[in-house]
Ligand binder design. Structure first.
Ligand SMILES: [Zn+2]
Ligand SMILES: [Zn+2]
Length: 458
């Protein structure tokens, strides 16, 4: 353990610089060129063998060290979110001058996982034991599900286990499952015409979008209550109400407890889209953008991570850091978790029972391929909504960086435990086998390629 902790401590400056570089270069799904390049350079400097262009995705890469079994993967993310540019370390909304921002803290995520890989490498070097650690540079988590494309193409197939983490408002082992999702772009083509002079000659694609949305609204009552259907109208046809809109698009995000349930809802939404086309005399077509699977938890590894979290000293916030968190809390308005008395929940949480969260993550796809476990560390004030300017503002602070280093230590210690403890790894694998039943069926069809978020905008 000491080898791992001191190796990561020694790289504190490199890791902090990495987290800050990623924060300063926010790039959205599948356009993370600067971020991927930077991370690859750090991996090379640290002695990893880097392979780029993984699964045909330009911003996906791996950094490998060691040889033989077990092979442990550490998942890194580094994509940002559009519209969340924000000046760091302040408690008021102010753009940093760009467009995108790290409103999910993936600048920390990618860096903490890198630190974990460095820690495992140090242990492998010191002990000379067999084992391989692979840092997976996974792009496009937000709206792109990069890992689902990578999993579909077999990138994680050789892994014995995988680890990931996420910046959060609490410090604990993740035990919750997530929802699977499908993201589909529905397009309608109609006929333009003068809306006053010759409306009978027009066929409105915008009407089709509206009717589709109404149809889906009625569908919502007849799906399991744990499912979700969201949408964004990405093309309304134009700005002229005196034109019958000849083209319109709506982007749907459909979530279900399992891939199978999400797929069933997707089929029904397709029927509604066709119905809307029939009602309006327009043509409907749709493009499969991406999908991701629900998380398969792994109790064996999660419980081991709980022990590591409790054994490794966690950073404690300074009065100044707590005061900043309180300033952020004051901006949270109706957030039910906002807590002025105790704005930073940095203490390690107890191991909790397996529950259901209603978001999604493409870590789900890795978790279908091999035993996978995740932790959260407190990087933001309690109650901070994900994907908000407040989240971006807090992901380039000393406390968030310290909690990133802590995450790196816990994951590295967990990975090394699996290398030293074959019985535990076997137990985790047996649990995984039981949980996945007939195994992983990639939710993304073979011919679908990743879509950059920018390409969905007009
Ligand atoms: Zn996110
Ligand atoms: Zn995230």
């Amino acid at each position: 353990m000491e080898t791992i902790l001191s190796a990561i401590e020694e790289k504190r400056a490199v890791l902090n610089a990495t987290a800050d570089f990623l924060w300063d270069h926010p790039e959205t799904a599948f356009t993370e060129f600067e971020s991927a390049k930077y991370l690859c350079e750090v991996l090379r400097k640290e002695g990893f063998t880097v392979e780029e262009n993984i699964a045909g995705i330009q911003t996906a890469f791996t950094g490998t060290f060691g040889s033989g079994k077990p092979v442990i993967g550490i998942l890194g993310e580094y994509d940002a979110l559009s519209g969340l540019s924000q000046v760091e370390g302040i408690a008021e909304q102010k753009s940093a001058g760009g467009e995108a921002g790290h409103g999910c803290g993936h600048n920390l995520l990618g860096t903490g996982s890198l630190g974990a890989a460095i820690g495992v490498k140090a242990w492998l070097e010191k002990t000379g034991k067999p084992g391989t650690v692979i840092y997976f540079g996974c792009p496009g988590e937000e709206g792109g599900s990069g890992k689902a494309f990578m999993a579909r193409d077999g990138v994680f197939d050789g892994l014995d286990a995988a680890f990931c983490w996420h910046p959060d408002e609490v410090t604990k082992v993740r035990t919750n499952k997530s929802l699977a999702n499908y993201q589909i772009l529905y397009k309608f083509d109609g006929i333009a015409s003068h809306a006053g002079g010759s409306p009978e000659l027009g066929r409105s694609a915008l009407d089709a979008v509206e009717l589709m949305n109404v149809g889906v609204q009625f569908l919502r009552e007849h799906i399991p209550s744990s499912c979700r259907i969201h949408y964004a109208i990405t093309d309304t046809g134009g700005f002229s109400p005196n034109v019958v809109q000849p083209h319109a698009e709506v982007l749907y995000l459909i979530r279900g407890v399992t891939n199978k349930i999400a797929a069933e809802i997707y089929e029904r939404v397709n029927d509604i889209a066709q119905g809307a086309a029939l009602m309006t005399g327009t043509r409907e077509s749709h493009k499969f953008i991406k999908a991701c699977s629900n998380i398969v938890p792994n109790t064996a590894i999660q419980q081991m991570l709980q022990e590591k979290m409790e054994a490794i000293p966690a950073p404690q916030p300074t009065e100044e850091q707590i005061a900043y968190a309180r300033e952020i809390t004051a901006t949270l308005g109706i957030s039910p978790k906002a807590d002025m008395e105790h704005p930073l929940w940095w203490e390690i949480g107890a191991y909790s029972a397996e529950g259901q969260s209603f978001g999604s993550t493409d870590v789900g796809d890795t978790s279908w391929v091999c035993p996978t476990a995740q932790i959260y560390t407190t990087c933001v004030a309690r109650g901070t909504p994900g994907h908000s300017w407040q989240w971006t503002a807090q992901c380039k602070t000393d406390f968030a960086r310290d909690m990133t280093i802590y995450a790196a230590k816990v994951l590295a210690a967990g990975a090394v435990e699996l290398m030293e403890n074959p019985e535990l790894l076997e137990k985790a694998k047996a649990e995984h086998k039981t949980r996945v039943g007939e195994g992983y069926v990639p939710p993304i069809p073979k011919d679908v390629k990743p879509t950059a978020m920018d390409a969905l905008r007009k």
